[in-house]
Ligand binder design. Structure first.
Ligand SMILES: NC(=O)c1ccc[n+]([C@@H]2O[C@H](COP(=O)([O-])OP(=O)(O)OC[C@H]3O[C@@H](n4cnc5c(N)ncnc54)[C@H](OP(=O)(O)O)[C@@H]3O)[C@@H](O)[C@H]2O)c1
Length: 230
């Protein structure tokens, strides 16, 4: 049995990852910003080993409170999943930008995964084979020539670069890092016409994490296990 901590666990891909790990008998620390209204998580908790914890990934104090509450608890897998698409798409273009919205997207998509990882590094280090998997997007790949959602894409690109570099240092501590593109997924963010369901994405992500180790750390993977171009 492993202990998994996941952010943005109340809905979408995060909820399905939580459910699948819990169904496999693992202990899941399911973090979300409004535990009281996380109805699906509470339903799951009735029959599974789930601990629901409050976490607003964008706020340093909230992250510090979580780390304090979990002090000394080994975490085998940390999954940074929470993310935002940023301002309305017409306000994140080459010619027009909602700068406050861009800063918020950077905070949630690029900085928060790092904030959470730093706060919980000792917990992950306490696992015999700790892993940190961060959900990114193909939209953050510099190799993808698609000119949309500039705030979102640039925040995920920054995240990718940080995690690629950090993987080199974390591996020396025995911790394997990677970033994973979850596919185009039917969630509130991906919309109903997306390619795959959240269950399919979650199952693929879990397989990628299973195969993650210090030998392949620092990779950019797709949900189906293929490598993604940076
Ligand atoms: N769906 C896709 O097609 C797709 C494609 C590529 C990458 N992704 C990535 O996959 C991850 C999960 O997305 P999803 O499709 O499952 O989206 P989703 O259904 O919209 O869920 C997003 C999750 O992130 C949380 N979140 C958003 N802003 C937050 C904030 N400021 N503080 C704390 N939590 C916050 C949400 O919590 P609340 O309910 O409290 O807002 C929710 O739990 C994201 O990182 C996203 O960028 C998704």
């Amino acid at each position: 049995m492993s202990t998994i901590l996941i952010t943005g666990a109340n809905k979408g891909i995060g909820l399905k990852i939580t459910a699948q790990y819990a169904n496999e008998g693992h202990q899941v620390i399911a973090c979300c910003r409004q535990p009281d209204s996380a109805t699906e998580l509470h339903k799951l908790k009735e029959s599974h080993q789930i601990q629901i914890m409050e976490l607003a990934v964008g706020e340093a104090e909230s992250v510090a409170n979580l780390a304090k509450a979990l002090k000394g608890k080994p975490i085998d897998i940390l999954i940074n999943n929470a993310g935002t698409s940023g301002p309305s798409f017409e306000n994140q273009t080459a010619m027009q930008m909602d700068f406050e919205g861009w800063a918020d997207a950077f905070n949630i998509n690029a900085m928060a995964p790092v904030r959470v990882m730093h706060a919980l590094t000792d917990n992950v280090k306490a696992s015999p084979a700790g892993k940190v998997a961060t959900i990114t997007s193909q939209m953050g790949a510099l190799s993808l020539d698609m000119a949309v959602a500039y705030a979102y894409c640039s925040s995920k690109a920054a995240l990718n670069k940080y995690m690629k570099m950090a993987a080199l240092e974390y591996v020396k501590e025995g911790i394997a890092l990677c970033v994973i593109h979850p596919g185009w997924v039917q969630t509130d963010m991906g919309g109903p016409s997306a390619d795959i369901t959240a269950e399919q994405s979650a199952a693929g992500i879990i397989e990628v994490i299973d195969k993650l180790d210090t030998a392949n750390a620092g990779g950019f993977f797709k949900w189906d296990g293929d490598k993604h171009e940076w």
